[in-house]
Design a protein around this ligand. Structure first.
Ligand SMILES: NC(=O)c1ccc[n+]([C@@H]2O[C@H](COP(=O)([O-])OP(=O)(O)OC[C@H]3O[C@@H](n4cnc5c(N)ncnc54)[C@H](O)[C@@H]3O)[C@@H](O)[C@H]2O)c1
Length: 254
């Protein structure tokens, strides 16, 4: 390889949450790098449309990732259609904001943990198991958040706790599977201009106040996350394991 060889051409890459704002941008980045992309998200029709918009070689897989026992079957379908995937990008996630921390219900706790953390764990476990069985090197990129470090505030604390756990789990998975040549790393977005950032009743002044906290003086865009994600999956990051790349315009610095 040369120093500028991404090594992704012809690889099969799975992106979850791939019809969402960041997921779609990231999936397009992998397609541009020459990979074949499995577009995984809740709605089959939206997955098909997204896949088609990237090119005929990509495929959509409508799946609710909270059906944990279906996850090995989902991976088997992708392998049968597109070949063994060697890159998994875990982007699917939800935030359920509540008025404050006092009002969080058990249902809201479970809903966020089920997709953000439990689905991520069991999908990645099944993915890594298949790589281990076949002796194939691979890469996992988990979507965390700046909130993993800050803790978030009020009604977003539970969501941010899932992100903290993702960061911790990224390190544990990386340490466990690096000897198998399966690299696990994370990307941590900051304040990204997507529907997920919107809170009920948010005013223009609230939005401006958020921007003022960002040294680069603008909210993140979905496309801002493509470089870090494709890089982590690529041969250019071949000696990286357990890292978390900060993509926040300087919102937090670490
Ligand atoms: N937007 C931000 O400001 C921000 C900040 C930090 C981290 N993040 C993280 O980045 C990731 C993407 O965020 P986004 O802003 O693009 O959000 P988004 O809501 O546009 O995308 C999330 C996607 O996940 C999918 N999804 C949810 N539950 C699912 C399930 N059970 N099975 C399959 N798919 C499911 C949704 O359908 C959606 O397409 C998330 O993990 C989020 O936590 C976002």
């Amino acid at each position: 390889m040369t120093h500028l060889d991404w090594g992704l051409a012809g690889k099969t890459v799975i992106v979850t949450g791939a019809t969402g704002a960041i997921g779609r941008a990231v999936a397009a980045g992998f397609a541009e790098a020459g990979a074949t992309v499995a577009i995984v998200d809740l709605d089959q029709a939206r997955c098909d449309m997204t896949a088609l918009s990237l090119g005929l070689e990509h495929r959509g897989y409508g799946a609710d990732l909270r059906r944990f026992s279906d996850l090995p079957g989902l991976l088997a379908r992708i392998e049968a259609d597109l070949g063994l995937a060697t890159v998994l990008v875990n982007i699917a996630g939800v935030i359920l904001r509540t008025a404050d921390l006092f009002s969080v219900t058990e249902k809201e706790w479970d809903a966020q943990h089920d997709i953000n953390l439990k689905a991520l764990f069991f999908l990645t476990q099944a993915f890594a198991k298949r790589l281990a069985e076949t002796g194939t090197p691979g890469s996992v990129i988990n979507y965390s958040s700046q909130g993993a470090l800050s803790g978030g505030f009020g009604g977003s604390v539970v969501y941010n706790a899932t992100k903290g756990a993702i960061t911790t789990m990224t390190r544990g998975m990386a340490r466990s599977w690096a000897p198998l040549n399966i690299r696990v790393n994370a990307v941590a977005p900051g304040l990204v201009d997507t529907p997920m950032l919107k809170t009920p009743g948010q005013s223009d002044a609230d939005r401006e106040a958020m921007i003022q906290q960002i040294p680069m003086q603008r909210l993140g865009l979905p496309e801002d996350h493509v470089g870090a994600t494709v890089f982590l999956a690529s041969d250019m990051a071949r000696y990286m394991a357990g890292a978390m790349i900060n993509v926040s315009g300087g919102f937090l610095m670490y």
